[in-house]
Design a protein around this ligand. Sequence first.
Ligand SMILES: NC(=O)c1ccc[n+]([C@@H]2O[C@H](COP(=O)([O-])OP(=O)(O)OC[C@H]3O[C@@H](n4cnc5c(N)ncnc54)[C@H](OP(=O)(O)O)[C@@H]3O)[C@@H](O)[C@H]2O)c1
Length: 255
Amino acid sequence: MTKLTFLGNGNMAKALIKGLMKDYKIEVLGRNKTSLNNLKNELQDIEISLLNDTNDISDKNIILCVKPNSLDDLSPKLTGIAHSLYSVLAGTKIETLKDKIESKNYIRTMPNLSASYLKSMTTITGDEALKQDAMKIFGNIGNTLWVKSQKELDIATAVAGSGPAYLALIAESLADGGVNAGLTRADATKLVQGLFEGFSPLLNNNTPASIKDGVMSPGGTTAAGYSAMERCGVRNGMIEAINSAYNKAIELGKK
Ligand SMILES: NC(=O)c1ccc[n+]([C@@H]2O[C@H](COP(=O)([O-])OP(=O)(O)OC[C@H]3O[C@@H](n4cnc5c(N)ncnc54)[C@H](OP(=O)(O)O)[C@@H]3O)[C@@H](O)[C@H]2O)c1
């Protein structure tokens, strides 16, 4: 069984470990004894170790799961050349990873919050030699998309990494609309939860335009609601949101 070594044991590490432990041996290196022990108690079949001042990562398959701003503190404590480095760090370029941690191959990924339910939409790029392994590893926490460049990964970050926040705004405002028109908050919330659950298979089998055409009858309620959304600039707001998030990813990548 291939062994994966996690550096960091926070939310993203935990989500990944849950999805991976049936197919891989898992080793976790962290800096906090209590949180490491809690993880071990919860997941059982993993090895845990405290990070020391020097930690040999020679020939290991590393999954880097710390925050981007922890990299400068962590990297001097790592010695040797890893076999592979898979990073989930938002905005951190492969060039920066190469400067900080030695490895034979590098992969950069962007999972999203749905990883905690093994339903992430994860975008992946990096060394082609690791493409298959990377798609398999991250396929354990949901859907994967391989892209050829870090530019595309930054755009994907804006769409699918930040996406849960944008959909949360849509969900909340739909429920607000229901409450505004007279529903209880509980009923409005239940309606929106069911709406999102049922929308997923629709979207997997139809284009957005055909879904819209399927619901909208001439002069009907959907047409009235839809034209109100266009009048209020919802479409343009979404396009601008992706543009702004992408530009922010470029800006953060330069730091
Ligand atoms: N959460 C998401 O939705 C999401 C989505 C996409 C990408 N990511 C990326 O995933 C990475 C981890 O995010 P997260 O949500 O899992 O964060 P998190 O829950 O805060 O976990 C961060 C982990 O890194 C450890 N750590 C922090 N500084 C360290 C240091 N100097 N040396 C060693 N370990 C250190 C923390 O240890 P302590 O517990 O001791 O602080 C913790 O175990 C980030 O780079 C983020 O960009 C997250």
